[in-house]
Write a protein that binds this ligand. Structure first.
Ligand code: PXP
Length: 255
């Protein structure tokens, strides 16, 4: 069997952040999604935060009716968000922990502590026909817990590896190597457990390549989906969104 090519989910929250900085009607989120699709995005990812600091409900609605590729809605497990998912019916819902003061999602879900509420949320979303991925730390315990919860996929938080890889010095090199190994083992365990293997957070055009080089037992790509935002939108300031997406896709497909 020929392994499917990995999908690049482009997170366009930052486009809404730019708009919110001035409260202007631009940049338009749908136009941004179109440019990502033209550049080869396999999915559009957005995070509807409780405080609506970037993506708004209207963005979700407009994207849902205009996207040609699947929508991945990142959200906290709250009654409000599950109600919204019921109306919007994204293809995927990525469940994340959310703290009001954080600049970005700081860590994976604590699957033990989230317990009953999370199990209820996963069940409710799946009943609506929405596939669920759980944003978790790359650990074997998280894989086991995600399997018990019956999620379709895990999205491993790659922040620790990515940050270490961006720093200089012997200590950082050692830490990046150890985080990369932890991530690879977690990806293998998730695949073995029958879970979809997604990754995201902190990737840039260089550090993504080592993860994209992970292979499964058949020599095919181990990671099925990448969700990347910050690096792509930053690159887009110089080369435009379509080309920035195309370059990231090349980095993933030809590491
Ligand atoms: N995946 C999840 C669950 C996230 O919360 C984020 C950040 O919004 C990303 C992926 C993308 O991270 P980055 O913007 O660092 O590429």
């Amino acid at each position: 069997m020929i392994a499917a090519l990995p999908r690049l989910g482009v997170n366009i929250d930052h486009v809404a952040t730019l708009r919110q900085l001035r409260g202007t009607p631009y940049p338009d989120i749908v136009e941004a999604a179109r440019a990502c699709e033209a550049g080869g995005a396999g999915q559009i990812t957005i995070h509807l935060r409780e405080d609506r600091r970037h993506i708004h409900d209207e963005d979700v609605r407009r994207l849902r009716s205009s996207l040609k590729v699947p929508m991945n809605l990142e959200m906290a497990v709250t009654d409000e968000m599950i109600r919204i998912a019921g109306r919007v019916r994204p293809d995927w819902s990525c469940l994340v922990p959310e703290k009001r003061q954080e600049v970005t999602t700081e860590g994976g879900l604590d699957l033990k502590r989230a317990g009953r509420r999370l199990a209820k949320g996963v069940g409710a979303l799946q009943k609506l026909g929405v596939k669920v991925s759980l944003f978790v730390e790359p650990s074997l315990e998280a894989v086991k817990a995600a399997q018990v919860l019956g999620a379709e996929a895990v999205e491993f938080h790659t922040g620790k590896y990515c940050l270490a890889r961006q720093r200089e010095g012997a200590r950082a090199v050692k830490q990046a190597a150890s985080e990369l190994d932890r991530l690879r083992k977690a990806c293998l365990a998730a695949r073995k457990a029958g879970l979809g293997v997604h990754v995201g957070h902190g990737f840039d055009y260089a550090n993504v390549r080592e993860v994209a080089a992970f292979v499964d037992a058949e020599g095919g790509p181990l990671v099925e989906e990448y969700n990347i935002g910050h690096a792509i939108v930053c690159r887009a300031a110089f080369v435009g969104l379509e080309r920035a997406v195309r370059e990231m896709k090349s980095a993933i497909l030809a590491p």
